[in-house]
Design a protein around this ligand. Sequence first.
Ligand code: GDP
Ligand code: IMO
Ligand code: MG
Length: 433
Amino acid sequence: MIEVMERGDFMPAKVVIGAQWGDEGKAKIIDILSEEANVVVRSQGGNNAGHTVSVNGEVYKFHLVPSGILYPGTICVVGNGVVVDPKGILEEIDMLVSRGISVSNLKIDLRAHVVMPYHKALDGIKEKYRGKKDIGTTKKGIGPCYMDKAERSGIRIGDFLYPEIFKEKVRENVKIKNAIISKVYESDEVFNAEEIIKEYMEYGERLKPFLTDTTAIIYEAIKEGKEVLFEGAQGTLLDIDLGTYPYVTSSHPITGGVCVGAGIGPTMIDECIGVMKGYVTRVGKGPFPTELFDEDGDRIREVGKEYGTTTGRPRRCGWFDAVIGRFAVRTSGLTAIALNKIDVLSNIPVIKICTAYKKGNEIIKEFPAHLEDLKQCEPVYEELEGWGDISHIRRYEDFPEAVKKYIKRIEELCGAKVTMVGVGPSREQNINI
Ligand code: GDP
Ligand code: IMO
Ligand code: MG
């Protein structure tokens, strides 16, 4: 007999997502909330993500392992919707172990797809082929891996438990990929199936202890009243459906993606926290209405250390865009905003917020669905008074009035409460409101 569940019988989970184009400081928020969490789950993306956590002067960079791993006892799940690069995750595991962090609570879902060497090669080849129309991907093989998943020819990590099936799938895939690489793209970057099998079977052997059906673990935890936290990767505008297509990633970073990517029902989520920065950044190509090409932009990049965690690329920087903020609140049903990095704006005399777009003579308040419309949008700005250094502040009451006004204006324009404010990268530099 299993227990019949009704609403109110379980403890709904919290979801943390990126509400802009990624790199909003999600990992810092996850790290802070993980103190209370029993389970932390990644449900989409792969090692295209770069999540930084600063604790007691130590900096940890995560790509696949959930940022909750720094708390001993917290179960960390790589869910079914994630694409796993075995070499990448093993490097991360080795890094953590060498720094004294236990990975005994790491679980990887058997259904997660495996990023293979030909995915990485095809990512690069396709980008080169696109020429000026390249997306600016991380070249981690994410798109090609999700392509195989959707096309139903992908290799799942659980296939490591059935070596004959794994080998057969590798041989079939390599045959087709080599033909595409050499005949369609006329590249000589072809692969040897037997070499891949040898290398990857070794990775599989090391990963076996972590493999399980994580959907059951998550469900049981929620049922038992434990705190479950979902760690988003990428951001709303990189969502394959709702983002700035085709300049997006190949998964669903919005809150809706969590259900499919972790195998839970929507009734099991109630809090949805969207992480924003006090400005906007973007890595890779694609339209960006508030992008700055002047000293303010350079200053934000330098003070905010806006260089990619995964690729080291300089991030494009621009003013806070409330059209994007509203869009994220609406498409993810955000119940709260975590507003990071407002310390980076310190000592800028006048701070701008984009409240709407102007397209010709038309004022646009909703984020355009078509890229061609977005490309024609000019930001409409509101100017706010700036503030001095705030990185030492630890209580909301101690903020200068200008900061309080700025936070209030972001709430009004985006339509959700700001419940956390970041004034620096460390755990302590977070202010709960
Ligand atoms: P994520 O991908 O959303 O987890 O974000 P990243 O880790 O890629 O980038 C955010 C960067 O900003 C990291 O280097 C963080 O340590 C840093 N950071 C996070 N919050 C704050 C903050 O409030 N102020 C400052 N100055 N840095 C922050
Ligand atoms: P986190 O989790 C910022 C961007 C890439 C590129 C596009 C597609 O750290 O916020 P992909 O390799 O996914 O096919 O690249 O998406 N991108 C990110 N930008 N933060 C990320 O992750 C990103 N993950 C992918 O730069 O524009
Ligand atoms: Mg990042």
